[in-house]
Design a protein around this ligand. Sequence first.
Ligand SMILES: [Fe+2]
Length: 584
Amino acid sequence: MLILGINAFHGDSAVALVRDGQLVAAAEEERFRRIKHWAGFPSHALAYCLREAGIELKDVDHIAVNQDSRAHFFRKMFYVLTHRHSISLFASRSKVRKSRSALSEYLEESFPQSSLHAGIHHVEHHLCHMFSAYHVSPFSEAATLSIDGFGDFSSAAWGMGKGGEVTVHGRIYFPHSLGLFYQALTQYLGFPNYGDEYKVMGLAAFGAPTCLSQMRKVVRLHNRGFKLDLSYFRHHAEELPTQWTDGSPRFEDLFTPALEEVFGPRRSPSDPIEQRHRDIACSVQAMYEEAFFHILEPLQKETSTSALTLAGGCAANSVANGKVRRSTAFKRVYVQAAAGDAGGAIGAAFATWQKLGGHRHFVMDHAYWGPHFSTAQVGDLLDARRSEIGASSCTIDLIQDEENLCGRVARFIADGKVIGWLQGRMEWGPRALGNRSILADPRRSDIKALLNAKIKRRESFRPFAPSILDHAVGEWFEEDDAVPFMMQVFQIRADKRALIPAVAHVDGSGRLQTVSQQTNPRYYRLIERFYELTGVPMVLNTSFNENEPIVCNPEEALDCFLRTKMDVLVMEDYLIERRGVPTA
Ligand SMILES: [Fe+2]
């Protein structure tokens, strides 16, 4: 049975293909369109998934979408009737729903040569998130929490995953939302783009939670959940123009002037960052964590399990995720690689597989579900652009012995060079995890400034992350768990921090990726060679891009390498070295 899961007309539109209960391919549309967080119909990702599986659209049995406009219908109607001003609000949202319901038209338009036989299934948004985490986790049973901005009239849902099925125990409904709270405060702090919340998370480590008592008035905790003080927010009262099609999602301000009366004037993106902003960021993160654990603690008690799976946009809050073991009785945490709305494509597909009688027999233990390119394809590209590469004073070597290749690259990293590394299948989800990565030496205190100057040009307060051999985690971090998708932040052991300054955040934490020999043998071998040279079992890993989406194919990687001052580019078995440029 072939099931296509689709996340469309949300941020990070994406497609996943499941064959007989096993994931075959998954990718986000932004990688093909080259526009970050692209929202709209994911025709390129869909074409890729079909190609990867060697099938056509007519072969697909079922299409599952992570949105069901009929969900919570009576609750929505009750809200509209008791809040007259919201009629126009929901009328405008129904326009977006209409474009979603025209899915078969989009499919016919994108694949005019192929007839569609598949049944279309709409699956409620948070159920998709919960399935996207629990159903592919290594746990036979687990508590599960979905938490985000909004989807299908709710912003959080929690319950239990067992025997492949998910049972919802409770929800938070519109207009209350922790995702919206975090997004509004992110805008207030001068980061206006969709997905900028992680900047606030990074900035928080530089501040103190001096505004937490005021934050507790903005988000009020009560028995099993929380409520927003709506006087600080606009989303429930006004029709705010949003952009959810054919480009990056865009939002108007979500907060009211009342927020500035409490926290002072908003920061504009061009303003310098002051200590006040750092403290507000820290207070936002602290408030988020209070509410997060306020939901998790009773969930653990009622489910009596030590395993937790998390999904939804807020599950990308790796700082909070990394504190779960210390703050609750949960001892094992699984956060799927695409925790946000892209992951809904997987959740919709597996929820449909389960509904149709399939049994659960797939664990997602790696993120490598995207396109791959052979050494021969890389060779053809390099042949075609040989003169341009030569003009940039670069040499090209073909090194088909992996041991030799990894040894040479490890030596480059230890010598302070910056490496572009493209191998195997592209990662699913927002993180580069060793297949579309830029690698550098974590021991160098100057590497952050160097990477920012050479390539990334990003805010100086944002940390870089380490990829660490899985067996070494307990020796270097205060927690020990598999974190294959960089979705948890742990404290680095105090005696180790000075050894790896490039990947230690200001508060001594590190957003690690654990690398296993089974799921990425070449990357594991590279880090092993670096370990042998230096005694440090990790490399600095940042995404292979400048400001665009992470590179997908060798041509984009080569362009990025030639545009920037990266020292070495490795694509499959080819090694391109920039000569004549002084190394750092
Ligand atoms: Fe969501």
